[in-house]
Design a binder for this molecule. Structure first.
Ligand SMILES: [Zn+2]
Length: 386
């Protein structure tokens, strides 16, 4: 996978490879030969002599910054520490106190990082097209938005051998488990939320998208915990690949400390890659800790963090931290030869119109999975900074 090392902000001889304006025919150019003219420089207190250019087709002017993940940002130096803080177990206000910025700056940057992660993962999937030939492990990670009355699972598809995170898809569902009568009254007063197919819909979307990464005509093995929704989704006639489900239902376990049954041992072994990912998410994201005051408020924002975590898991974090030679999941798949430091992840801005993005992901990018609890569901619909 071709992905540059040096952040575009550090390039002195930078030449724009395409026009950054969405409406311009030169925006989707893939081949070299973009015609532009130089258009002077500008500077700010933090950065000076940033070259400007003008597109010869649409005559719009733009600068080198239009190609940086830190486009329009007044504090570009915060991008990397915020990303590291988010997957290092810090909540937004804690990061803001450490970095000396406003909490709202962290919140806005978290959304920007999440959008970048969505597109980077989409780009990776295109790179992998037809080549993923390992079994997959699939399970839903349970979380909620704003209140436990609005729970949702996040379908996570992980490579059984590479541990690469291939796909994420939210599944809003009704509250389960014991509900007291007071909780029931409150629950009945809450506005209804669109479920978008719940577990079955989420699993079906993930299984449908397997056609993007696996080769045609192959049978795909998906290891799961025997959830009834997975069986239903795998039988869906719209799937272009035959899916064989290997089910390991959660066996009854004895008291703490008692030895595991053979079925429990097998289940833990086969679902290990996805169990490990979910443990890492609970351990590394402040939102997803048990008994926390830092829970996620909006499904869209939670998903942005999940995508950032997936990119971190795939490219930045080693498979094993104890073993100095263990590479990343992306290295295991042959996508790249090195571990990526954070600055490399953010070395180029990605544009949604140039990156084929699965439908659900494109909706999450624009923050369209709104919650009925809020009068103001801020979506992402900027024109130039989209
Ligand atoms: Zn143009």
């Amino acid at each position: 996978m071709h992905w540059p090392w040096t952040p575009v902000e550090h390039l002195s001889g930078f030449q724009p490879p395409f026009c950054p304006r969405r409406g311009c025919p030169e925006h989707v150019r893939l081949a070299p030969g973009f015609r532009f003219e130089r258009h002077g420089f500008y500077g700010t207190r933090r950065r000076w002599r940033i070259p400007r250019f003008r597109c010869r087709v649409c005559r719009a002017s733009f600068s080198r910054q239009s190609f940086a993940v830190s486009y329009y940002s007044k504090r570009p130096e915060l991008l990397v520490p915020i990303a590291a803080g988010l997957v290092g177990g810090s909540a937004h206000r804690q990061i803001a106190r450490t970095l000396g910025c406003a909490p709202s700056t962290v919140t806005r940057n978290a959304a920007r990082l999440g959008r970048h992660a969505i597109l980077l993962l989409a780009l990776t999937r295109r790179e992998l097209a037809g080549q993923a030939n390992e079994p997959f492990v699939f399970d839903h990670f349970e979380t909620f938005e704003f209140t436990q009355d609005y729970p949702f699972g996040v379908g996570t598809l992980v490579g059984a051998k590479s541990w690469f995170v291939y796909d994420l898809d939210p599944a809003p569902h009704r509250r389960t488990g014991h509900v007291s009568s007071a909780q029931r009254r409150r629950l009945d007063l809450r506005p209804q939320r669109r479920r978008r197919g719940g577990y079955v819909g989420s699993s079906r979307r993930v299984f449908q998208r397997l056609r993007d990464v696996t080769s045609p005509g192959t049978t795909v093995t998906v290891i799961g915990d025997g959830h009834e929704a997975y069986e239903r989704a795998a039988r869906d006639p719209s799937l272009e690949r035959e899916i064989v489900l290997e089910s390991h239902p959660n066996p009854p376990r004895g008291p703490k400390g008692s030895s595991r049954s053979e079925a429990a041992r097998l289940r833990d072994e086969r679902l290990f890659p996805v169990d490990l990912l979910h443990k890492l998410v609970r351990h590394s994201l402040a939102h997803q800790r048990r008994e926390t005051i830092a829970f996620g408020r909006r499904l869209n924002a939670v998903m942005e963090q999940m995508f950032l975590t997936a990119v971190w898991r795939n490219f930045v974090k080693k498979r094993s931290e104890r073993n100095s030679r263990s590479g990343t999941p992306a290295m295991r798949l042959g996508l790249t030869r090195e571990r990526w430091p954070w600055p490399r992840v953010f070395s180029r801005r990605l544009f949604p119109a140039r990156t084929a993005t699965p439908g659900t992901w494109a909706q999450l990018y624009r923050r369209l999975w709104t919650s009925p609890l809020y009068e103001n569901n801020s979506t992402h619909k900027l024109k130039l900074a989209f």
